[in-house]
Ligand binder design. Structure first.
Ligand SMILES: Nc1nc2c(ncn2[C@@H]2O[C@H](COP(=O)(O)OP(=O)(O)OP(=O)(O)O)[C@@H](O)[C@H]2O)c(=O)[nH]1
Ligand SMILES: [Mg+2]
Length: 179
């Protein structure tokens, strides 16, 4: 059976841990230092579902403002959106809604396509320092119709679940659209 190919974009403010989440999933490593992603990094994850193979192309988009103009180019054709904030940093949470609006304008409205996605509260290992509560995260996720996840790239908590959801949802949405 041919593999199904889906594109997932991972976005959010600088330093929220986007690249760390991808690295944790791919190599099971964690780095304390921050190397800003320049433009975007590409990688792929393969899932073997009972229904067949799913290849998820992950576009990890650098959060720095200098890439704002470029970013729109990476959004095109995405099936799934992973929006990340750092639960210990309020500014990163505030960035989610404007970013979501800019994105859906580019992907959904323009392309007239339903998009699935998740809202990810990263750095759950620092939960005692969190300034955004689980309830606030949940409310925003509901408002934007995203699934809510708390993750930690440092410990690996919920990281596979979050990527598995991206693959399963991308598949579900495409198959639902066929009927
Ligand atoms: N405590 C903790 N630190 C984290 C976690 N995830 C990432 N970090 C740290 O946060 C910093 C930024 O991580 P990156 O993954 O480079 O952030 P990014 O979102 O890719 O940043 P840009 O590429 O600049 O947009 C690094 O110092 C990481 O070590 C986490 O789950 N817990
Ligand atoms: Mg990065």
């Amino acid at each position: 059976m041919a593999a199904e190919l889906y594109k997932t974009i991972i976005v959010g403010a600088p330093s929220v841990g986007k690249s760390s989440l991808v690295r944790r999933y791919q190599t099971n490593e964690f780095r304390e230092d921050h190397t800003a992603t320049v433009a975007a990094d590409l990688s792929a994850i393969v899932f073997n579902f009972p229904e067949g193979k799913v290849v998820l192309t992950i576009v990890d988009v650098g959060g720095q403002e200098t890439f704002a103009g470029l970013r729109n180019r990476f959004y095109e054709g995405a099936h799934h959106l992973i929006m990340v904030y750092d639960m210990t940093n309020k500014e990163t949470f505030k960035r989610i809604t404007p970013l979501y609006e800019a994105l859906t304008e580019k992907i959904c409205i323009q392309r007239d396509k339903f998009l699935s996605g998740s809202l990810v509260a990263n750095k759950a290992d620092l939960k005692n320092e969190a300034v955004i509560s689980e309830q606030e995260g949940h409310s925003l996720a509901n408002l934007l119709q995203l699934e809510y996840f708390e993750t930690s790239a440092r410990t690996g908590y919920n990281v596979s679940e979050m990527f598995l959801h991206a693959a399963a949802e991308s598949r579900r949405v495409r198959h639902a659209a066929k009927v």
